[in-house]
Design a protein around this ligand. Sequence first.
Ligand code: GLU
Length: 286
Amino acid sequence: MDRIGRFAPSPTGRMHLGNVMCALLSWLDAKAGGGMWRLRIEDIDSQRCKREYALQIMDDLTWLGLEWDGEVVWQSQRGDIYEHYLGMLEEKGLTYFCGCSRADLLSSSAPHEADGRVVYAGTCRNKGLKEGAVRVRVPEGLQRHCGDFIVRRKDGAWAYQLAVVVDDGLMGVTDVVRGRDLLSSVPQQRFLFDLFGMECPFFHHIPLLCNAEGQRLCKRDKGLDMEVLRESFSAEEIIGRLGYLCGLTPEYMPMSANKLLPLFDWGLIRGESILIDDDKSQALSL
Ligand code: GLU
């Protein structure tokens, strides 16, 4: 089967170096396998996502030399499709409405083991409510992992888990590369792929780039967002530094993504989080 990879950013701001690393590794994985690399804009949260950010992400990817194949997929335009798949869950009798507030959820759920995730206690499972967020009933193993999870929010917005599975399935994605922060979503996603009768892709969860305090880089780490990086460095410098940081090259050398391609090997990719100073002047120097 031909490999199909994808990059699926949420357009809530400018990409930062961590997003770029994810895009780069997913591009390398797809291209090294002679496959296609698709771009999907995950803009289902209309309050947080902006079209201008999406266009900026596309411009940054092009500038970096990470060209995608085919049409861009916009989740905000796929409501009818998600509706269809939600219908499948409803027909199987697997969904119910949940009226819990955020406070209810926190008070009734146990923080999950080490990582602070909360497990939904199933408070509304048998209440027969007529409105609220839509949850899907999960079997025993997932009960302990996350509990019945939300597939559509109370305000009607589609939940990440449902949209991502439907899209990866329909786009024929064979290989997903994303940050390790999403590792805990795999059981929910496998469960939905099975219910929809879709092939589950192969998942690679990559180490996170962390700031000097050991926290995952986020939009607030201004010194490492693409606006600042593009002012200070060339695309080759950014790609070369990322190639070195994640373990693909033994030393730093500016290079294009195409040049890094023959060196790509999952066996070389570092397993642990990568610390990086978010001070602009040091961002790409070690
Ligand atoms: N849209 C998600 C994000 O930006 C990524 C989803 C995924 O790769 O499964 O964090």
